[in-house]
Design a protein around this ligand. Structure first.
Ligand code: ZN
Ligand code: ZN
Length: 300
């Protein structure tokens, strides 16, 4: 059984929130990790409603410093400090993030200390563990902006009956095979694939606030799930271009070109009351698509 990997959409609006939609934020939950992607205004209240404890957050990935993606940050950090957050919070963001967090801490009275580390990212791997890695890629927006890619490591599933067939009993040898290395038995080289199969790791791409660019495809490449902004319907492509945003058709184009299995679009302009009309248009271009709404949960 694959490890549970869930996304919770905490906010799905673009620049201006609406009655139905809060500012941007998505929570990725995987094992002990709770990774918050963007933290728009009101995010901590949305977390409460969704039953997510603020202290469970392990990392915050910031796409860029437009208000709809970060205005909830000071409030969340204050709550963590008051709640006695014991870990070191890891914050990632584009160039300028360190300076902006310094300014933010100056702008408000933070009475309690919070341990956190900020890393500015551009193109490449920004975090690696034995289970997964996170990559970031620069996007094209009005201000420095990055998209993120969560890549779970491939796993080798060893089949006991095949081990038996090759007469492998020793656990160090099994461990070696499990870690992806070959072993020699009776002068014969046995590869991990000979005694099991490779379970492909899951990939999730996050493309928020950008004009159409090559790195959108890089983030989305072969993803099991792509989360993409789609601020405007395709009829407003002039506006999308002017403000460096994507239309529904652009998001579908990225998903198609990058061989994505499932697409979830988000970050909708306040002019759209319901997401039904958005989803209807999206289905014209991409079959497996969903228009996100606040508190939508997606299992990957
Ligand atoms: Zn935005
Ligand atoms: Zn923006």
């Amino acid at each position: 059984m694959a490890v549970k990997l869930t996304l919770t959409f905490l906010g799905t609006s673009a620049m201006v929130p609406t009655k139905e939609r809060n500012h941007q934020s998505i929570l990725l939950s995987y094992k002990t990790e709770n990774i918050l992607i963007d933290c728009g205004e009101g995010t901590q209240r949305q977390m409460r409603i969704a039953g997510i404890k603020p202290n469970s957050i392990t990392k915050i990935l910031i796409s860029h410093w437009h208000g709809d993606h970060v205005l909830g940050l000071p409030g969340l950090l204050q709550t963590l400090a008051v709640n006695g957050y014991e870990k070191t919070l890891r914050i990632y963001g584009p160039k300028g993030t360190k300076q902006r967090i310094k300014w933010m801490l100056k702008a408000f009275e933070f009475t309690r200390r919070l341990n956190f580390k900020v890393k500015e990212v551009s193109n490449g791997t920004i975090f690696k563990s034995e289970d997964f890695r996170i990559e970031s890629y620069k996007l094209e927006h009005k201000v420095p902006c990055v998209g993120y890619r969560f890549v779970e490591n491939d796993k080798i599933r060893i089949l006991p009956e095949k081990l038996k067939k090759f007469g492998i009993k020793q656990s160090p040898l099994v461990g070696k095979l499990q870690s992806g290395k070959s072993v020699i038995i009776n002068h014969k080289r046995i590869k991990p694939e000979d005694v099991g199969f490779i379970e492909k790791g899951r990939i999730i791409g996050f493309v928020l606030d950008t004009g159409l660019c090559e790195n959108c495809l890089r983030i989305a490449e072969n993803a099991d799930l792509l989360v993409s902004e789609a601020t405007f319907k395709t009829e407003l492509s002039d506006k999308a271009y002017e403000y460096s945003h994507l239309t529904i058709k652009d998001a579908a184009y990225i998903a198609t070109r990058a061989n994505v299995k499932k697409l979830v679009i988000t970050h909708f302009s306040q002019r759209y009351k319901s997401t039904n009309e958005i989803e209807r248009e999206a289905k014209e271009y991409f079959n497996n698509v969903k228009a996100a709404y606040d508190f939508l949960k997606v299992r990957v």
